[in-house]
Design a protein around this ligand. Sequence first.
Ligand code: NDP
Length: 501
Amino acid sequence: MDQAIKDMLGVYGVTADTDRFLQSEQRMFVNGEFVAAGGNETIDVIEPATATHLTSVPSGTTEDVDGAVAAARFALRDGDWAKMKPAARERLLLKLADAIEQHAQTLGEIETIDNGKAIGPCIEMDILGGADLLRYMAGFATKLDGATRQVSIPGEHMAWTFREPVGVVGAIVPWNWPFNMAMWKMAAALAVGCTMVIKPAQQTSLSMLYFARLCQEVGLPPGVINIVTGRGSTIGDYLANHPDIDKVSFTGSTPVGRAVGEAAGRALSPVTLELGGKSPMVALDDADPKAIAAATRWSVYFNAGQVCSAGSRLYAHSSVYDDVIDELSQMTSAMKIAPGLDPDCDMGPVISDSARRSILSYIEQGKSEGAELIYGGNALDRDGFFIEPTLFAADDNNLSIVQEEIFGPVLVVLKFDSDEEAMRLANDNIYGLAGSIWTKDISRALRYSAQLEAGTVWINNHDIVDSNMPCGGFKQSGFGKDMGPEQLQHFTRTKAVWLTL
Ligand code: NDP
């Protein structure tokens, strides 16, 4: 660990447990044991608030993936997990959720240090939200049912269906919500009895490696959860194409998602793809500018804009446009940009130097294409991958900053004059992950929530989630749902059974 990080930890303070974990050698978790990568190679982990070396994680090999898949297959068919009754599985998952809650401070600190995100929301949403989802899904372990069916063919028969686990799940997790996105996949998969091989993003594997200790502590049988760290281009690709993986659940970019989807197509296996977004917020003429500005500021700048559902393009009716811009300018300029461990941090650094360069190049493109830069636009003159929260106004829906996912703290506001124009502009995008409508008029809210081409529509809000509500996109944002009862379908398969009397 570089001195700059030690200094930062000295300023903000972390638990002894976090400190011990970060100083320890990082190991993958396969078949219930902590192991080094087959080739003994490692990947450097760079801490985003100081841009210095934090630790190293194993760079897993394809043989490591094979070992993890074999362990998961054994656990699914022959291990204690396979024999466990649903009620026992539910109790074990509830115990695991309790362990997450007990270690929320440490998990939150590890996540913040690894990713750069603000500690308060991280503990609240990423970690405790993950524990809540696990509890929610655990309840379904005892409630999976099938149906008895009337059949009309000649003869005397009974017929029924039941749902069984889809099998061994390969989960490929992104770096923007390392713990929470893993939980979005794991909670439902475990509840229905699947086993898993999880590949965290190479930049942010630490919270999963700490979580592995909790799996061991609560007695999760070996092989149920396997965590293989390493590069997406090698082991991620290998996992997605693995013949003994029954289902892949992927969250990340649309290009990689497409490749993962192609692999699933070749294997004829089911896949869930939660991909990019460019979510519109539509403020109609009667909307409250203060409320919209507050929600937009939260949505597009929290997690430094690295949120797939971020409200990154805001369409404001000409009658509220100036007020919205004023409110946003004030709120944005008052934000505290700081390391995520700072308890007052509103926005931390972005994940990496390459992410920062990509975001800055979008900002330059926006300026050169004629958008008006109202606030921000620069990297901060300090160590770490910090960028100012950035606010643009534009009058052309075709600009790259309006159409493409920037995945950084960049908001573009556009003006419209009629509801029809707003809906046309909002839907004129390849993505369809989420969106919001802002109005006091319930009829217009309902009409436009139906028209918006998005997997989630919020009315007078943006970016709220609940374990009982499914998330997942339309169009190039992918398909399949995470969370809600809908997700159970993705991790189960229906078997039809006939009995001839
Ligand atoms: P990726 O899609 O490359 O990464 C997401 C996950 O996929 C990571 O675990 C990554 O591993 C893995 N991966 C990478 N290549 C492959 C592959 N060929 N086969 C299987 N798995 C693979 O996203 P990036 O990290 O490159 O981010 C790029 C952009 O993607 C962002 O700027 C953003 O626009 C979008 N994105 C969207 C997310 C969302 O929440 N919808 C989340 C993350 C990114 P590894 O990191 O080890 O390479």
